[in-house]
Design a protein around this ligand. Structure first.
Ligand SMILES: Cc1cc2nc3c(=O)[nH]c(=O)nc-3n(C[C@H](O)[C@H](O)[C@H](O)COP(=O)(O)OP(=O)(O)OC[C@H]3O[C@@H](n4cnc5c(N)ncnc54)[C@H](O)[C@@H]3O)c2cc1C
Ligand code: FES
Length: 273
């Protein structure tokens, strides 16, 4: 997917709709002035005039470049300003940036998707892609963890995902809660119940850095190899195009070479987790 002619020039976009997902997360549906074709896992910079810009990975289907959904956790200045926006607001979108998920490697593979918190948002774009090419891939298992039942993202979709042929979905919340009858504990508790062949499937994970450490450790114990694991390294970034040096791990710029990195490539560097 190509970048806009000038990589620093945003495409004007209008906020069409806002969906309240959880007390801290909203999905923003933008209609850009021109299509933004992206591969799942590629990200964009949202540019808010007078406030700043921040990177986010679309959570919508890559097949809808005229209607980009971005799911955002409120955490600081830019995301708080975004959460205050009303439909009709105008802003800029810069991108798509980065490489995105290795969609050419999916054919014939079983796929394990492991998400934590707002990390399910970038993974949803991958899921839409996988559901679209359903007959070209093997089985799909989705394991998702959130802090509490109220913080479970995209709750309305779990039922639809679970009934798709060859798809298994399960969720856990960190601690017991009166409104929750499902599994409790961090997302690694769900990895004891994987029905895929861990020696051959591909794994895609997105979530807080600390989650990666325990997910990777568990997957390796269960027999996966580092080459099978992709981690969305959605760390702090600035330029988003490999110029400022803000985002490197060893020789890799996460904005340009990632943000979804094969674990085998980065496992030797000290600051991976
Ligand atoms: C490629 C990429 C894709 C992303 N996709 C999404 C997404 O789909 N949805 C989403 O909600 N967020 C996503 N993020 C994170 C998002 O960019 C940050 O939350 C945002 O930049 C925070 O800006 P702020 O001004 O609101 O907060 P700041 O004031 O900059 O920071 C507030 C707090 O959040 C922490 N923080 C800021 N940025 C990050 C980060 N990248 N990782 C971990 N902690 C951070 C800060 O250390 C601080 O504690 C993504 C980040 C990257 C690099
Ligand atoms: S964010 Fe500038 S080099 Fe990656």
């Amino acid at each position: 997917m190509t970048l806009h002619a000038n990589p620093y020039e945003p495409i004007a976009a209008r906020l069409a709709e806002v969906v309240d997902e959880t007390p801290t997360i909203k999905t923003f549906i933008f209609t850009p002035d021109e299509p933004i074709p992206f591969v799942s896992g590629q990200f964009v910079q949202l540019c808010l005039p007078g406030i700043g810009e921040a990177p986010f990975t679309p959570s919508s289907s890559p097949r809808e470049p005229n209607r980009i959904e971005i799911t955002i956790l409120r955490t600081g200045a830019v995301t708080e300003a975004l959460h205050r926006l009303e439909p009709g607001a105008e802003l800029g979108i810069r991108g798509p940036l980065g490489k995105g998920y290795p969609v050419d490697e999916l054919e014939g593979k079983d796929i394990l998707v492991v998400g934590g918190g707002v990390g399910l948002a970038p993974l949803r774009a991958l899921l839409y892609h996988l559901f679209h090419i359903r007959d070209q891939v093997g089985k799909i298992e989705i394991k998702y963890g959130a802090r509490s039942p109220e913080e479970l993202l995209f709750r309305r979709q779990y039922g639809q995902w679970s009934v798709l042929p060859g798809v298994r979905f399960s969720a856990t919340v960190d601690v017991p809660h009166p409104q929750w009858t499902g599994r409790t504990g961090v997302v690694t508790v769900l990895l004891d119940d994987i029905q895929l062949d861990l020696k051959s499937c591909l794994v895609f994970s997105c979530g807080p850095g600390v989650m990666f450490k325990f997910v990777v450790q568990k997957l390796l114990e269960l027999g996966a190899r580092p080459e099978q694991i992709y981690l969305s390294m959605n760390r702090r970034m600035s330029c988003g195009i490999g110029k400022c040096g803000r985002c490197n791990i060893g020789p890799y710029y996460l904005c340009k070479d990632g943000p979804d990195m094969n674990y085998a490539k980065i496992m030797g560097y000290a600051d991976v987790f």
